[in-house]
Design a protein around this ligand. Structure first.
Ligand code: XCC
Length: 627
């Protein structure tokens, strides 16, 4: 039965989503909300983390305090919950870091002149990062430095000895704390493998020990794999600078060929962009009756293109099927992560084709055009030609572009923030000390059909900026803020007087788009820089993090590396750990005594804001700053 208008408004705060949910229903497209409904009621054992299928004596489902309080092997609820959580963190860290490794392989191929498809666009950053990691750059050719850097970073993935190089960005006091807890991150490959080992039947049964290792895994992602992904993406594709663009489904164009890139890595999307801008292809598109070729992004590969190239953003995670339902999308080109298999039946309702490009992520029903570092240019050309052919099949009677696009600013890398501040952190620190900016919040993560789409992201951001807290956004959270108009300097009118005066002086928005999910490493780095400048630990800073609508295992890793780095983090969706009081207490309280920060969970964005503001005030008081 079709949903009423009220029901649709309960699903999303976004006009484009609301209109398209209705059209999708009419067109017979099954969406994530339909499948979510069909899954109800969901398994309460799994929800609490109390089911285990790590071995074939099971699967087991634990009922604490009852006859079934132990699994067949004898593992109790605490062990099972901690093991499940640890495996989730490991999967998330692996996803980010394997993405980082793809960038590394690309840099290596460029360094060894094995590809014509990519180049080094930010040589200054290459030299800076190489020096930071102890590589001698004196008198060396650029490509030699790139070779040395790639060889150093390859070693770090599985590290031979010691800790990963970027941990030098952390204040010494925190590095020592990590050492004392034996959670200093070694290479991500090693940490993830060790987590899989520990969670095998009959290995680590101690929930505290498992959680500490989960923290170590996450740190090897945040200060390792993700940071490598960010820094190498900047070196290869350019370090982002402030740029204005557009966001929401209104960026799609009725009179042009529309190509969407979806996934995470910039390696494919940058190659597609080059082909889309090729004059001959634009001519071909015109010959096919279109005015041009329009490239737009979805999710994090969209964020990568938006940050560096100003390419418009069609939407975040829950908008991906709805984008197809506009009927104007010729091609969806995907790499990996967050691509719902539900896109395949959705595209089958239209002339749209989905093309997979990574050998790691194939989807039955999608065409596979495999990209490698060497063939990216030719494969991208093939895809653009495919889109031009598909345009001829578009059914003009089934087209609906639901709204006008909204303007947004993007491109706030740490380098760009420093430049906006006149080259040093001093103005930011002064503003924090005076209380004009009371603190900084990182708002990150996904959408989840458990929450009204974008409601928590937007409401929480508005509350924070109203209270003079500068918001840094990444991932799908950033897209939500962009759509709500919070990424334009004019949004300063929604901020408190202090933050608003800073924004007006610098002509920046009160919420800054700092990138994709791997770019949470930019936030970590900034925290490290500020803490070092102030001579304190990261856990002393008036900062907080939040993933208000998270769904993915990557978000688990992100949340945990923020906490393990000393950043209090509020989640808007409860992780599957409530089956263990011990693990839940540790996450929500106990971790503070261990790493100086913990998680909080609340589903109401107003209460989430209150928690974050109270935390920031507490930290300000401790630093003797006005509250
Ligand atoms: Fe995926 Fe990165 Fe989550 Fe969005 S925020 S749903 S992880 S695209 Ni990364």
């Amino acid at each position: 039965m079709a949903r009423s208008q009220e029901e649709i408004e309960e699903l999303s705060i976004c006009k484009d989503a609301q209109i398209m949910i209705e059209k999708a229903e009419k067109d017979g497209v099954v969406t994530v909300w339909d499948r979510f409904k069909a899954q109800q009621p969901q398994c309460t054992f799994c929800k609490q983390g109390l089911s285990c299928r790590n071995c074939s004596m099971g699967p087991c489902r634990i009922v604490p305090g009852k006859a079934r309080s132990l699994g067949v092997c004898g593992a109790n609820a605490d062990t099972i919950v901690a093991r499940n959580f640890g495996r989730g963190v490991a999967a998330g860290a692996a996803a980010h870091s394997d993405h980082g490794r793809d960038l590394l392989e690309t840099l290596d191929a460029v360094a060894n002149s094995e590809t014509q498809s990519y180049e080094i666009r930010d040589v200054d950053k290459l030299l800076r990062i190489a020096k930071e990691l102890g590589i001698n750059t004196e008198g060396k050719e650029t490509l030699q430095v790139a070779k040395d850097l790639s060889s150093t970073l390859f070693d770090e993935f599985g590290i031979k000895k010691g800790n990963i190089g970027f941990t030098m960005r952390v204040p010494e006091v925190r590095r020592k704390l990590w050492e004392s807890l034996t959670i200093s991150p070694r290479g991500v490959d090693r940490e993830v493998v060790e987590m899989m080992h520990r969670t095998h039947m009959g290995v680590d049964q101690d929930p505290v020990s498992l959680l500490l290792h989960a923290a170590r895994v996450s740190l090897s992602d945040g200060w390792g794999g993700s940071m490598v992904a960010t820094e190498l993406s900047d070196i290869l594709f350019g370090t982002p600078k402030p740029v204005e663009s557009k966001v929401n489904l209104g960026v799609l164009k009725e009179d042009e060929i529309n190509i969407l890139v979806h996934g995470h890595s910039p390696i494919v999307s940058e190659a597609v962009l080059t082909a889309v801008r090729d004059k001959n292809n634009i001519e071909r598109a015109r010959a096919a009756g279109a005015k041009g070729i329009n490239l737009a992004g979805l999710c994090c590969t969209g964020n990568e293109l938006l940050m560096r190239q100003g390419i418009p953003m069609a939407g975040n995670h829950l908008m991906t099927e709805l984008a197809i339902a506009t009927g104007v999308v010729e091609l969806v080109i995907v790499d990996y992560q967050c691509i719902m298999p539900g896109l395949i039946p959705a595209m089958n309702c239209y002339h749209t084709k989905m093309v997979t490009t990574s050998p790691k992520a194939k989807f039955p029903g999608a065409e596979h055009v495999e990209f490698s570092v060497k063939n990216a240019r030719t494969q991208a050309q093939k895809l653009v030609e495919m889109a031009i052919e598909l345009y001829k099949k578009r059914d003009k009677n089934r087209v609906l572009i639901p709204v006008e696009p909204v303007s947004m600013m993007s491109g706030f890398s740490n380098e760009a923030i420093l430049e906006a501040l006149g080259g040093s952190l001093a103005p930011l620190l002064d503003a924090i000390k005076s209380g004009k900016i009371r603190g900084v919040a990182g708002l990150v993560g996904c959408n989840n059909p458990r929450r009204k789409h974008d409601y928590c992201h937007v409401t929480l951001t508005k509350e924070l900026i109203k209270n003079d807290i500068l918001v840094l956004g990444t991932g799908c959270s950033a897209v939500a803020m962009g759509k709500a108009g919070l990424y334009m300097p004019e949004a300063a009118s929604l901020a408190g007087t202090g933050l608003s005066s800073v924004c007006k002086a610098l002509n920046i928005p009160p919420a800054l788009h700092v990138g994709s999910c791997v770019d949470n490493s930019r936030i970590l780095h900034l925290c490290g820089l500020v803490a070092k400048e102030l001579g304190v630990d990261i856990s002393d800073l008036p900062v907080a993090g939040s993933a208000p609508e998270w769904y993915s295992e990557k978000a688990l890793s992100i949340g945990l590396y923020f906490v393990a780095s000393g950043v209090y983090t509020v989640l808007g969706v409860t992780p599957n750990i409530t089956g263990s009081k011990l693990v839940t207490d540790l996450a929500l309280n106990g971790l503070t005594n261990v790493v100086g920060a913990c998680f909080a969970v609340d589903t109401d964005p107003h209460k989430m804001a209150e928690l974050m503001i109270n935390h920031i005030n507490k930290k300000r008081k401790k630093l003797n700053l006005p509250v």
